[in-house]
Design a protein around this ligand. Structure first.
Ligand SMILES: *Cc1c(COP(=O)(O)O)cnc(C)c1O
Length: 243
């Protein structure tokens, strides 16, 4: 080992080394999945799913090259975003959004990925019009029709799309999903394929700005990339276990 690398490793904390290592693993897997699918690496963005992760970890991961972060709880996000306000982070909301948190959410997040019901759209519109601002959103689809999860069911999608297509303040940028968990990530593939179909079907309706397909977590993001994901949301594989 040369002198400079010794100096560098001395200045780097254990935490930083661990996160750098995690990120290398993630990036390598993303690259390989892109190759397998014949996709360009630039087509896929890695979002750090940072719920339950410290501000310090987010800071380090940002420095290492992640520009997108996703939070699930408005209150937790409010605190963290305030502490990290100097960093040029693009914040996404990826949790279930209650209507009584909408006012705060539109101030905090660049993209709300979990729009899934008319009532929420109405509340968003009301608040956005009042502020005279717009909001980028994704439609969350409950692709596995799970009672425990948010997202619009396919049979309700048409109605939601109709409502969104006449909204002036919401810019619909794509779709998001969190499919049923299974031990074998290959079992998730059909859900990702179905999402891709819905995405292609809706593209002409929303036009130019409809570009994002947010799907895949630590467990199954490689499959998601093979099936067309443009955003993969990685938590534990990137940051380690949540507190
Ligand atoms: C927590 C979470 C993730 C990340 O999950 P990991 O298994 O930690 O990678 C992705 N998407 C959503 C909606 C989440 O809530």
């Amino acid at each position: 080992m040369g002198e400079s690398s010794t100096a560098e490793s001395r200045s780097m904390s254990d935490l930083e080394r661990e996160l750098r290592n995690n990120l290398e693993i993630v990036f390598e897997k993303v690259e390989k999945a892109c190759e397998r699918a014949g996709r360009k690496r630039e087509e896929v963005k890695v979002l750090g799913a940072s719920k339950g992760q410290s501000v310090e970890k987010i800071q380090i991961v940002h420095k290492l090259g992640i520009k997108l972060f996703g939070e699930n709880y408005v209150q937790e996000a409010e605190r963290k975003i305030a502490l990290l306000k100097e960093l040029p982070i693009e914040w996404h909301f990826i949790g279930r959004l209650q209507t009584n948190k909408v006012k705060k959410a539109i101030k905090l997040f660049h993209v709300i990925e979990s729009v899934d019901r008319i009532e929420l759209i109405d509340e968003l519109e009301k608040r956005l019009l009042r502020q005279g601002i717009g909001q980028k959103v994704l439609i969350e689809v409950n692709i596995g029709r799970e009672l425990s999860k948010g997202g619009v069911r396919e049979e309700e999608l048409e109605k939601l799309v109709e409502r969104l297509s006449r909204s002036s303040s919401l810019e619909v940028c794509g779709l998001m999903c969190l499919p049923p968990w299974s031990e074998d990530p290959q079992k998730t593939r059909p859900y990702f394929q179905r999402m891709r179909k819905l995405f292609e079907y809706l593209k002409p309706i929303f036009g130019q700005s409809f570009t994002e397909l947010s799907m895949g977590t630590s467990h199954d993001f490689e499959i998601a990339i093979e099936e067309g994901a443009t955003i993969v949301r990685i938590g534990t594989l990137l940051f380690g276990s949540r507190t």
